[in-house]
Design a protein around this ligand. Structure first.
Ligand SMILES: Nc1ncnc2c1ncn2[C@@H]1O[C@@H]2COP(=O)(O)O[C@H]2[C@H]1O
Ligand SMILES: [Fe+2]
Length: 258
């Protein structure tokens, strides 16, 4: 199950564009628990904190504490990795970036952060690491997770903040046809697109939503959400986005950015 872009603060009363991000995150966790589905793993795909604070990461931990599954994570553009790494590790959350699931799958988590800017890029280290991990498990299907979207999402204001070196990622992945599905955060909306024969999924944030197909910054009034992923032994992925019910979290639609 994927949770993304919680944008938590050191104070639980703080808001992002009119939404209390702690409360919307808690509401998402409560809704996940209420669904009583089976899941093996939580993947948190970045922008967990909005203000670089250790407390924000501790709030993240507090939120998922009731969920009976391990969690793995990767950083987004807003994260502060020293605080993220140590706060999550102290709480027993593994920094592992390769996870084997059963006999036929692995999950790889990439770091596409360029510190201090909203766009993403994969370093040579990340690309080499990816290639080594894929070459080392050729029999497994791979679900590839990263914060930034490698393919235009259709919002030009967000597409300037995409993964800048998507062509280099594509070069690596062309050698590994068992990577058929990528999962992102960052763009705060549901998407299911084709990227050179692969499936690229993006997922609603647990707080503020961006309106699809807008040239300029535009908030959406649709509810916060999360994504279920089921990995089948034959390499197929079934997935579903769920959202909170009832318009409880209303963003300040007059805001022009953050
Ligand atoms: N008005 C805006 N125009 C362009 N980019 C913005 C605007 N407001 C915020 N952003 C950036 O766009 C990013 C998209 O999602 P993030 O949560 O990563 O953080 C956001 C900001 O860094
Ligand atoms: Fe982001």
């Amino acid at each position: 199950m994927q949770i993304t872009d919680t944008h938590l603060f050191s104070g639980k009363n703080e808001t992002l564009l009119g939404i209390n991000t702690w409360m919307s995150y808690q509401a998402v966790v409560d809704a996940i628990l209420a669904e009583q589905r089976h899941y093996d793993l939580i993947v948190a795909t970045g922008d967990l904190a909005q203000d670089h604070s250790a407390q924000a990461y501790q709030h993240f931990v507090e939120g998922i504490a009731g969920i009976p599954a391990p969690c793995v994570w990767l950083p987004g553009n807003h994260d502060f990795q020293p605080a993220m790494f140590s706060s999550l590790l102290e709480a027993g959350i593994s920094p592992a970036k390769q996870v084997f699931l059963g006999d036929s799958w692995q999950i790889l988590l990439l770091d596409s952060q360029v510190f201090g800017v909203p766009h993403g890029e994969l370093s040579d280290y990340q690309l080499d690491w990816l290639e080594r991990k894929l070459a080392g498990a050729p029999e497994r299907h791979t679900l590839l997770l990263l914060h930034h979207h490698p393919v235009p999402a259709g919002c030009s204001w967000l597409d300037q903040h995409s993964l800048r070196n998507a062509a280099e990622l594509d070069n690596v992945l062309q050698k590994f046809p068992k990577v058929k599905t990528l999962v992102c955060g960052h763009i705060h909306q549901e998407l299911d697109l084709d990227w050179n024969g692969r499936r690229m999924l993006a997922t609603p944030s647990t707080c503020v939503q961006f309106k699809p197909h807008c040239a300029n910054f535009t908030l959406d009034t649709i509810e916060p959400g999360w994504r279920w992923l089921e990995l089948h032994p034959n390499g197929e992925v079934t997935t579903e986005v769920c959202r909170l019910k009832g318009a409880v979290f209303n963003p300040d639609t007059a805001s022009e950015g953050y």
